[in-house]
Design a protein around this ligand. Structure first.
Ligand code: ADE
Length: 244
């Protein structure tokens, strides 16, 4: 899967995604991340990419031309453009990113991200190239890079092979629509606190039931919104863990 990120801070994107599981996935050729510096497409000798806002107001706006040229450059560099790739503009005005959007995006072969800075980007180029406006939450960040990194991380771990067998996605949060149950490792006792007895019993059925009950209870307490949704989709919660 190919991720193209249009940004003024390419190092931020590449350095971050080169670590840990996404870094391993890049090395193994399972995902490819290209950060395209919008400033490289400035046409003035000072390499300015922003200007004052028509009609007044504070701050500067990113200009349409360098963004458009960066987009054209990406499109021309793509080998397989049978399907026009989605262009995700990172903005707090967008649809709030969630796990089902991550699933949907993971079906794409190519995804293009547009990261704004300053007060935003000239509306005309947004109208021309953007297919989806995406937010990572109801707060305002200094730019779209951290949202793009967040989305690339969440989508990458759904790409087959990216998670090894040791970091299986099977039981993790949001997979069944429930939060994860508590987990413990050695030692059996830490500062007087013991690992729940059932986990030491070796009784797999009881362990599975305990984990399911804990997931259900945690979700009810911490995320009543998800709990209600789960009950609607799975009945009274008396069933087994739903595996994908
Ligand atoms: N840019 C600034 N804030 C953002 C947010 N919350 N989500 C996506 N892009 C942003």
């Amino acid at each position: 899967m190919n991720f193209y990120v249009m940004t003024l801070f390419p190092d931020m994107v590449i350095n971050c995604l080169s670590e840990s599981i996404t870094g391993r996935a890049i090395k193994n050729g399972l995902i490819n991340v290209e950060a395209v510096n919008i400033r490289d497409f400035a046409t003035n000798k000072y390499k300015h990419v922003d200007d004052y806002i028509y009609g007044g107001g504070s701050g500067m706006l990113m200009q349409a031309e360098p963004v458009y040229l960066a987009y054209k450059h990406i499109m021309e560099s793509m080998e397989n453009t049978e399907k026009t790739p989605r262009v995700l503009y990172m903005t707090p005005q967008g649809k709030t990113f969630n796990q089902s959007m991550a699933q949907e995006f993971s079906q794409e072969e190519n995804l293009i991200f547009l990261c704004g800075h300053y007060e935003g980007i000239d509306e005309r180029v947004l109208e021309m190239i953007v297919t989806d406006e995406v937010s990572v939450g109801d707060y305002v960040l200094t730019g779209g890079e951290i949202p793009a990194i967040t989305i690339i991380d969440a989508v990458s771990r759904l790409v087959p092979g990216v998670l090894g067998k040791d970091d299986s996605a099977l039981y993790e949060s949001f997979y069944d629509g429930l939060l994860e149950y508590p987990q413990y490792t050695r030692p059996e006792e830490f500062m007087g606190k013991k690992v729940p007895e059932v986990l030491l019993s070796g009784h797999h059925k009881n362990i599975e039931k305990w984990r399911y009950d804990m997931s259900l209870e945690r979700t009810r307490i911490k995320r009543p919104d998800l709990y209600e949704k789960y009950l609607k989709e799975h009945g009274d919660g008396q069933g087994k863990i739903q595996r994908n």
